[in-house]
Design a protein around this ligand. Structure first.
Ligand SMILES: Cc1ncc(COP(=O)(O)O)c(C=O)c1O
Length: 482
């Protein structure tokens, strides 16, 4: 029977750790036999898991077995080499071990004095990531819990920098309130809208600038929209440009957009959550958008650099702007700063923060710049192979091709489809059929061509054989749905 006071003995911690690692090792060795997902019955699942809170503690082997038998089978395995949905995220082994160590140390990186080497390492990895993305390494920066939060924090700072009264003091409804506006493309991620809701700017003040036929924002329409709004008395607080849009991984043309922002004095936030860290891949051929033109930037190592959730970097080259908005120091959090130290709590609304830097440090050191580059190149090669298969098959279309490893596919069989079935519906059924089969897991979007099947290639274990298997599974699902 477990003790009623105190924790496990350190020796038990080690023993159970070995049990867990042995289970995980087997899981990863046999991963291709594990369905990526399986159809579930929510009521049955809840019934199976919704047990009474145990009165007495239980032995770990029993908890582990129960987890493996009753929880793991009904997970969608985001870390599976056949998981290709959304922007597929991937945790590599060094990242997983770092997460374990981070939990064991349980450091709170809120102040420099509460986490000296964690704060130092956060600055180091931020500089390394900035270097990979091509952003100035001496910018303010911090690690945050996702790109949506990074965009919210950046737009908060942009709002306060643009409005000519003290928003911190008066809020958005005080006597000097003005109507603030944000400009982004009709392809932008919903996190921009959510930031506008949260910041009191309002959804109606997010101006969606139309994109061109390659899904990039139209700078001419951006400029005319801002000019119209300024004439009408609105205050443009920021433009959000995207590098790697969610639906098709398009990139907004940063150069002309930044030129407009500079000329009109509007903050440019670059959402390069997906696309930004492909900048150093050889297959980009040095033609990545120059994200350094952004006043602020978000990139997501959790999406592209094999670092476990959550791991997002927010940068701001307008030094001091984040602190102007978020720095608030009650007596109990005061520190004395020497030697250039500062407190990460000053750069965002968040106080308690985990030691996110460690997993980045371990992954970046384990693979190195060239190892990461070749892994990104490999994902891009796999995507090219899938596009080649689709383009070579008259029953498939490959709309809105991207240079990133996101492939949009649409099944449009030569002989047409039966009456009463349209192609959008057929493709939606293919997604369901494929996902229910457990052989792969994909997601979808609706673009100008209609409903498309999105295949995101980002898993560190995905091989060329997996792409051939995926193509066979897609065709099998398509045949069944016709
Ligand atoms: C372009 C873009 N920006 C932001 C986000 C939000 O990312 P997160 O889930 O880290 O908040 C996403 C999510 O996929 C995205 O595609």
């Amino acid at each position: 029977m477990p003790e009623t006071t105190g924790d496990w003995a350190p020796a038990d911690f080690e023993r159970h750790g070995h049990e867990l690692l042995a289970t995980l090792r087997q899981h990863f060795e046999l991963i291709r036999d594990v369905p990526v997902a399986r159809p579930y019955d929510a009521a049955e699942l809840m019934g199976r898991l919704d047990t009474a809170l145990p009165e007495q503690g239980e032995e770990f082997p029993r908890i582990l077995t129960d987890t493996w038998e009753n929880v793991v089978p009904d997970l969608v395995h985001w870390n599976h080499p056949a998981f290709h949905a959304y922007f597929s995220t991937c945790a590599s082994f060094p990242g997983m071990l770092a997460e374990t160590m981070t939990a064991a140390l349980n450091v709170n990186s809120m102040l420099w004095k509460t986490s000296p080497s964690a704060s130092a390492l956060e600055q180091v990895v931020l500089r390394w990531i900035a270097e990979l993305a091509g952003y100035p390494g001496d910018s303010d920066g911090l690690l945050v819990g996702g790109a949506s939060l990074a965009t919210l924090y950046a737009l908060g700072a942009a709002r306060d920098a643009a409005l000519d009264y003290d928003v911190r003091e008066e809020g958005m409804s005080g006597p000097h309130a003005k109507v603030a506006r944000i400009y982004t493309s009709d392809q932008a991620h919903s996190s921009v809208d959510k930031a506008a809701i949260t910041l009191g700017i309002g959804l109606r003040n997010v101006v969606k600038v139309p994109s061109d036929d390659r899904y990039g924002m139209r700078p001419d329409l951006l400029e005319s929209a801002i000019a119209r709004d300024v004439a009408a008395g609105y205050v443009p607080v920021a433009v959000v440009a995207t590098v790697g849009t969610t639906s098709v991984a398009a990139a907004d043309p940063l150069e002309p957009i930044s030129e407009i922002c500079r000329r009109l004095g509007v903050w440019l936030h670059v959402d390069a959550a997906y696309g930004g860290l492909f900048a150093f891949a050889s297959r980009m051929g040095g033609e990545a958008e120059d994200v350094s033109v952004g006043d602020s930037l978000v990139v997501n190592p959790q999406k592209t650099l094999f670092v476990p959730l959550d791991s997002t970097a927010l940068y701001c080259r307008r030094r001091g702007a984040l602190a102007n908005t978020y720095r608030l120091v009650p007596e109990y959090l005061t520190s004395v700063h020497t030697g250039g130290t500062f407190d990460f709590m000053d750069l965002s609304p968040q106080l308690g923060r985990g030691f996110r830097a460690l997993k980045l440090w371990w992954v970046l050191r384990s693979f190195g710049r060239s190892g990461l580059r070749s892994r990104l190149d490999h994902a891009m090669e796999l995507a090219d192979r899938l596009r080649e298969l689709a383009v070579g098959d008259p029953d498939w279309q490959c709309p809105a091709p991207s240079r990133y490893p996101l492939v949009c596919l649409r099944y449009a069989p030569r002989g047409g489809v039966g009456s009463g079935t349209d192609l959008d519906d057929l493709n939606a059924r293919i997604v369901k059929e494929l996902n229910d089969s457990g052989e792969a897991f994909v997601s979808h979007s609706v673009i100008r061509d209609g409903y498309v099947i999105r295949v995101s290639l980002a898993n560190i274990h995905t091989t060329a054989d997996d792409i051939e298997r995926l193509w066979a599974a897609l065709n099998h699902a398509a045949e069944k749905c016709r």
